[in-house]
Design a binder for this molecule. Structure first.
Ligand SMILES: [Zn+2]
Length: 463
């Protein structure tokens, strides 16, 4: 993954701040940086003599993170790197200016550290942060521009951390748990499930003002794994906000993420990384003189594997849930043939049945056969983010498709007794309104086709 805009902004900044090059160590390597989520841990408050301790701390964090769901299952989607940034002094600032405790909890200290992190940010004792973001992004641009998520690990035994564009955690008690919680904010857009104070909650994956169980964004999970609609508090603004669970890592350290947060994390992983790591043949790389011709997917498989693949040759199902197939002469027509494999994640962590957005991935090979043999094979990889909302609806549903390559999809709406009620076409990055006001109340299925290949089906309710 690459952050070109930030990279360019940081390049512009280099005229003001010297480019500093630091050692980068690999903590966890799963695959190419442009096909993985790259977590990049920066050291803060470690002197040069302490940088081996930093690598130990960073490795401990990574090891702990990937024992926890859903990172455990999706471990092969992540790389972890550590940038060894030395500080002049060990530790971090503690100005003793917090207003949520009786200061000084610890004697006030000021340390000369690289990113100038500090406790007591915005008056909160445990809020450990730095507003020196240009320095953070400069170090990233000069040392690891392919980062997806920076994490600043602060060499302090006091309890603290923060979310934001970069996650910050101390190395004190519960350090790994703090870092994983803060990553929940920074990379996965999760909100606190403890009450973070008036004005600090927003509609999000795991926080809402909606109280109707058929409308709430985690409606698919209601009644499963203790998910419900729980008010944050009993009075004032806190009583107007709701969370999905009473015990989630976004509320308490040392407990798992709740099902709603786990699903949100996986959805973000799918939006950043295609499970199709590579495939063969790529265009024009195939030796076509002999049959059979082999077609192969190299998938990034969750553990256990929850990816399903459907292979279609010339509109007929050819094979399911295999990584490679072989095609012989008689499988092909003279002229143009189309072979498509569609990959879906059917993890039980996802309740995509009437979930707003699903991610689907495909490879299509176009095989041109003449009397002399195979003339040509070209390939095309695509990824789709398909959204249907609102659901339920009584008047309009919106259909939206975002894809890596521009596509036109056909959408057939089918009633539960199998009748096709409506057919429409949508293009990438357009939102298509479908009027369902004349439909009778009930459950419908929207089938999304690309070149007559079924990509996915989504259920919706007309009420
Ligand atoms: Zn949660």
């Amino acid at each position: 993954m690459k952050h070109y805009l930030l990279y360019i902004l940081c390049l512009l900044n280099i005229s003001f701040i010297n480019a500093q090059i630091f050692d980068v160590e690999t903590i966890k390597a799963s695959g190419d940086n442009d096909k993985r989520i790259n977590l990049v841990i920066l050291s803060e408050g470690y002197q040069t003599s302490e940088l081996s301790k930093f690598i130990t701390d960073a490795t401990n964090f990574s090891n702990e993170m990937f024992t926890q769901s859903p990172f455990k299952e999706y471990t092969d989607y992540f790389n972890v790197y550590a940038i060894k940034v030395p500080s002049n002094e060990s530790g971090t600032d503690h100005p003793a200016t917090a207003t949520d405790v009786v200061e000084p909890v610890f004697p006030a200290t000021t340390k000369d550290t690289y990113f100038n992190t500090s406790f007591d940010t915005s008056g909160f004792h445990r809020l450990l942060y730095t507003y020196n973001s240009s320095l953070v992004y400069n170090v990233l641009a000069n040392n690891f521009p392919e980062y997806d998520q920076p994490i600043i690990l602060v060499n302090s035994s006091e309890y603290g951390g923060a979310g934001g564009p970069y996650a910050v955690s101390s190395t004190g008690s519960s350090a790994n748990e703090i870092a994983i919680h803060e990553l929940g904010h920074s990379l996965f857009n999760l909100r606190d499930e403890y009450y973070p104070g008036d004005g600090n909650l927003f509609e999000s994956i795991n926080a809402t003002k909606e109280t109707n169980s058929s409308l709430v964004r985690w409606k698919n999970w209601i009644g499963i794994n203790a998910v419900s609609i729980y008010p944050y508090g009993s009075s004032g603004e806190s009583a107007t906000w709701n969370r999905p669970h009473q015990s989630c890592k976004m509320r308490y350290l040392g407990v798992p993420f709740c099902s709603v947060c786990q699903e949100g994390i996986i959805e973000k992983i799918h939006s950043l990384v295609s499970p199709i790591d590579s495939y063969l043949p790529v265009s024009n790389s195939v030796n076509t003189s002999t049959y059979p011709i082999d077609f192969q997917l190299n998938l990034i498989k969750p553990i256990p594997n929850t990816l399903e693949s459907v292979w279609t040759l010339n509109a007929s199902n050819f094979a399911n849930d295999v990584d490679d197939i072989s095609i012989i002469d008689t499988d092909l027509n003279t002229g143009t043939n189309s072979l498509t494999v569609v990959v879906n994640d059917v993890s039980s962590f996802l309740k995509v049945d009437n979930h707003e957005t699903v991610h689907v991935y495909s490879v299509t090979w176009t095989i041109t056969k003449s009397a002399l043999g195979i003339d040509d094979i070209t390939s095309d990889q695509n990824s789709f983010e398909i959204t249907l909302y609102p659901n339920p609806s009584n008047r309009i549903i919106n259909l939206k498709i975002e894809s890596r390559n521009a596509v036109n999809l056909k959408v057939d709406i089918i009633s539960l007794d199998g009748k096709k009620i409506k057919s429409t076409k949508i293009s990438s990055y357009e939102t298509n309104e479908v009027d369902i006001s004349r439909f009778s109340q009930g459950i419908y299925i929207a089938n999304f086709y690309s070149n007559n290949i079924l990509l996915t089906s989504k259920r919706f309710v007309k009420n």
